[in-house]
Write a protein that binds this ligand. Structure first.
Ligand code: NAP
Length: 327
């Protein structure tokens, strides 16, 4: 049977990386859609994609497209995911899934009603080192897991017009970078029962850096940090009563990790081979779900719940987006 056709919606920075990764792995990219036909044509020419559309509406209406990859700023994820779902297409939506939990729930409900698959493009969850870490944690290699520590810091554009600085476009460190440590902590420890956060804001009113403590059942904790103007180690640790795992930076990308005994001695080196950037694993998961497989990780309900955690962090630190005023 022919593989499903992918349509790329919004050919910006990450869309290039995604297209490169999945095309190199033999996925079928059928079309690209931009708000400007010239951008779509340039992207199609660069990646050898057969169809280029000058609007997102034309992209989702293209019969050669079965799955739409939404790569617009997070402020537009809900609108663009709903556009694709209404056209009967499956959807992979870049992280952060939406701006708010209310938007995330609307998208999940719409997909369920239309009978299509929707998934957050939290690509890290599907990387091989993360799969092995889940196996070790669930299999008891660390004893009782008590703590997750993770940070995601980068030096990103400081132009006040850039989407990362602009509240209208869902700017700030939390939704772009902090989503990774939060999603990692939820993967390892489950959903939190309490959240505490502090942040320093930019002059434009988004978070420049945010520190979070998530409280989990049984007194377990996640200590998480993100910042958008200071590149740092971007590592993660999972600490249990009988061992710990160090994940090398950048922990959220294709990387290596080490399982150690409490005395620090090495029990297992995790160093899977990954071709390209590694965005193909999430695409394979989505194709498997479309073919009827159950999620291996990150079911849509979990993405919706994670957006609730981010809502609460933003409430505590005073970052508001226009979408917070939606009914
Ligand atoms: N998975 C990852 O590793 C990763 C890495 C970076 C970013 N991301 C996520 O991917 C999404 C896009 O990030 P990016 O860095 O690729 O952004 P970007 O380079 O700014 O591209 C975003 C694209 O969205 C389209 N767009 C639609 N409405 C827009 C608006 N009102 N303002 C600006 N652009 C608009 C534009 O394409 P057209 O005008 O051509 O339609 C633009 O090229 C974000 O949600 C981000 O969190 C993920």
């Amino acid at each position: 049977m022919a593989r499903p056709g992918w349509g790329i919606l919004a050919p910006g920075g990450i869309a290039h990386a995604f297209a490169r990764d999945i095309i190199a792995e033999g996925f079928t990219v059928a079309a690209v859609g931009s708000r400007r036909l010239e951008s779509a044509r340039a992207f199609a020419a660069e990646h050898g994609i057969p169809a280029a559309h000058g609007s997102y509406e034309q992209l989702v209406a293209d019969p050669s497209v079965d799955i739409v990859y939404v790569a617009s700023p997070h402020s537009h994820h809900a609108e663009h995911a709903l556009l694709a779902i209404e056209a009967g297409k499956h959807v992979l939506v870049e992280k952060a899934f939406t701006l708010t939990q209310a938007q995330a729930q609307r998208v999940a409900d719409a997909a369920a009603a239309r009978g299509v698959v929707v998934m957050e493009a939290m690509w890290s969850r599907f990387l091989p080192h993360m799969t092995r870490i889940r196996e070790l944690v669930r299999g008891g290699a660390l004893g009782e897991v008590r703590t997750v520590i993770a940070d995601h810091t980068q030096s990103l554009p400081l132009d006040p017009q850039h989407r990362l600085q602009n509240p209208e476009l869902g700017g700030g460190a939390l939704l772009d970078l902090g989503i990774y440590p939060v999603s990692f902590a939820v993967d390892v420890l489950g959903l939190p029962i309490g959240v505490q956060a502090h942040a320093a804001l930019t002059p434009t009113g988004v978070d420049r850096q945010t520190a979070m403590i998530l409280e989990h059942e049984g007194g377990r904790q996640a200590v998480l940090h993100c910042a958008l103007d200071t590149a740092g180690p971007t590592r993660a640790s999972v600490i249990g009563t009988e061992g710990f795992i160090d994940v090398d930076g950048a922990f959220y990308g294709a990387t290596t990790a080490t399982l150690r005994a409490p005395d620090g001695s090495v029990r297992e080196r995790i160093a899977p081979e990954v071709r390209q950037r590694g965005m193909q694993f999430q695409a394979a998961e989505l194709e498997a779900r479309v073919a009827g497989a159950a999620p291996t990780t990150l079911p849509i309900e979990e993405s919706v719940a994670i957006m609730g955690v981010l809502d609460e962090v933003r409430r505590q630190v005073g970052v508001r987006y226009p979408a917070d005023d939606e009914a």
